[in-house]
Design a binder for this molecule. Structure first.
Ligand SMILES: [Zn+2]
Length: 203
C-alpha cells in the first residue's frame, strides 16, 4: 500500500529529509527514479523538452554503468541527477555498511550528485546521519504510483494532479514496469500545470 500524497505526520517524523520545496512558488519539481534505460528514458527526455521542463533523475549506478551516454545526455539537456544506490538496495533489509557501500559505488558513476534518494523510500536513521553531510536526501510529497500495474493510467494522472501543490516534489519512474502509466501521465500532467502557470525545475 502507498499514499499518493505523503501524510504530514510522516514528513514531521523525518524533518531532516526534503519532502517538498517552497509552497509560495508556482514551481513543481519532477523527479524520475531507477533509470536511465534506453527503452524509456529517451522518451521522457523528449516529453520534458516539449514542455521546456527540467527534472531530476535519481539514477541506479548499475544502469549508468551500462548506459553512460544516456546519463551524459540527461546532464547535457540541463537536467540534474541524484544517487539512488548502485543496485537499488532496500534500506531496511540490508546492513547499514552494505547500504553505504552501495551509495559509494553509485557515486563512481554519478559523481556529480549532491542529492540522494533511498529506494522504496526506506532508509535507516543511522544511515541518514552518516550521509547527511554529503547529500541532501530528497523524498517526495506526491507519488504518481506509475509503478502500480493495477492502477489505471487515467487514475494515475488524476491522483497525481490532485496531490500536487506549489513546491511539490513528484516521483515518477523511468522503468519498464512504470512506463505505461508514466508515459501517459507525464505529458498530460505537465500540460495541466503549464496551463495553470506553473514551471518545472530541476532540484
Ligand atoms: Zn527506486
Amino acid at each position: 500500500m502507498y499514499w499518493h500524497k505523503t501524510p504530514l505526520y510522516i514528513q514531521w517524523l523525518y524533518p531532516q529529509l526534503t519532502w517538498h520545496k517552497s509552497r509560495k512558488e508556482k514551481t513543481i519539481y519532477v523527479t524520475f527514479d531507477d533509470g536511465p534505460i534506453p527503452e524509456v528514458t529517451p522518451q521522457v527526455l523528449s516529453v520534458l523538452e516539449t514542455y521546456n521542463a527540467k527534472a531530476t533523475f535519481f539514477c541506479v549506478g548499475d544502469n549508468v554503468r551500462k548506459y553512460p551516454n544516456l546519463y551524459r545526455e540527461i546532464l547535457e539537456r540541463g537536467h540534474n541527477t541524484g544517487n539512488h544506490t548502485y543496485d537499488h538496495l532496500n534500506g531496511w533489509e540490508n546492513s547499514s555498511q552494505k547500504y553505504l557501500d552501495s551509495i559509494e559505488k553509485c557515486k563512481d558513476f554519478v559523481p556529480e550528485a549532491t542529492f540522494f534518494r533511498p529506494a522504496y523510500g526506506k532508509i535507516k536513521r543511522n544511515v541518514i546521519r552518516s550521509i547527511k553531510n554529503s547529500y541532501e536526501i530528497i523524498m517526495w510529497d506526491v507519488l504518481a504510483g506509475d509503478f502500480d500495474t493495477k492502477l489505471k493510467k487515467e487514475a494515475c494522472l488524476k491522483k497525481s494532479i490532485q496531490a500536487t501543490e506549489k513546491g511539490s516534489i513528484i516521483i515518477f519512474h523511468d522503468s519498464i514496469k512504470a512506463q505505461k502509466n508514466m508515459l501517459y501521465t507525464l505529458p498530460r500532467y505537465l500540460e495541466h500545470f503549464k496551463n495553470k502557470g506553473f514551471n518545472f525545475k530541476a532540484l
